[in-house]
Design a protein around this ligand. Sequence first.
Ligand code: PMP
Length: 439
Amino acid sequence: MSKSKFLYERALHVLPGGISRNLILRDPHPVYVAKASGFTVTDVDGKNYIDFSNNVASLIHGHAYPPIVEAVTEQLKKGTAYMLGTEIEIEFAELLTSRVPQFEQVRFVNSGTEAVMAMVKAARAFTNRPMIAKAEGAYHGSYDTAEVSQDPNPDNWGSYNNPKSVPHVVGTPDGVLNNVVVFPFNDAQTTIQILNNYKDKLAAILIDPVPHRISMVPAQRDFIYAIYDWCKAHNVLLCFDEVVTFRCDFQGAQENYPVKPDLTSLGKIIGGGFPIGALAGSKKIMDILNPRSTNYRYALSGTFSANPISMTAGKIAMEHYTQEKVNYLKALTERAKTQILDAAKSVGIPISLTGMGTFFRLFFTHPAPQHYRETYLYEQANKQAIKAALDYLYENGIIAINSLTFMPSTVMTEKEIDRLSEVILGMFKHVKPLIKEWR
Ligand code: PMP
């Protein structure tokens, strides 16, 4: 019996489903890690993988990045959490605010989920309104409000022009559902029509500019402009979830849109491999978190918020994610995309690669699904092909995110990209008979 199988059987007794996060579940059992370094993960049975998931887009410099290991080791000896301030939290906030002009102030929290939650509550507190609007199918973490209509299906999603607010978890209170408005991503006209019904009650429009679960098709500029103008006209805050997309460019995906969000939530790469989240925005809005301000409306605390380990690792990760490194990672990503498109052509299968800058998602269809309902139908029709593709990649030493999404890291070279393309070529031949038309 493999060590991973043995561990899974032990895990089944003490962890529901044998897991602590759904993503690691694989057939017939999860893979358990012995160690990881750079782009390589070694499992407990001694097999090596090139890691293109990077813990779901959270390790921009790969595993055990030496400058982070060194600095965190030093900090560990000095303590890991205090009920007192630290200089490193100020330094890291200075770094983030100097990186992105619209980040005038930052509040650190412990996860992307918490960052989105803080963003929604801050918007409510600032506007004194209860509702938010979000795109159907968008994933924003596991906060009640943010997970509404994360995964609806044809039996409950309602009409395209007026999507229903569908609970993600059984027992979600009506109060939550009634305060979340759902719109179709990248359809400005329909979205504005929907928003107009709630203009006096909306606090925030929540947007992930390159939403992974919807399709990873970037938000069109016209879509963002339309929502931005609508928000300004009705005093609603435009809130970007850049928990994943901050890696897209030096200033995150928002660098690619001339209009900027009022608030941004961050997470993943800004923790340098440790748990983190952050809320960033203008002083005027962030002042509602300031206990000494007359504008104070939102008391937000967290036992591990701004702990010196996450601050130390995060600061180094971001210092080292220079414009040069961003360009390097974009070039590697482009190289992978070009090779993968060529491979698909040579095998004679339709594919699309969505994403922005430094990551991409692979679909066995062309053109790519444009909104959640299309992605849902594509995934239903191609469940078998997607699973076979992932299994093939794992068998051949490549870890991808389960949606067939790839997150290269700055420690990779053209060699790892070329190996990825080579394995994907074999994978295309393997899954070709399983690809199903869905439109
Ligand atoms: N927002 C987005 C866009 C995400 O992809 C995620 C996590 N994958 C989150 C929020 C939540 O982050 P976390 O898992 O750190 O809570």
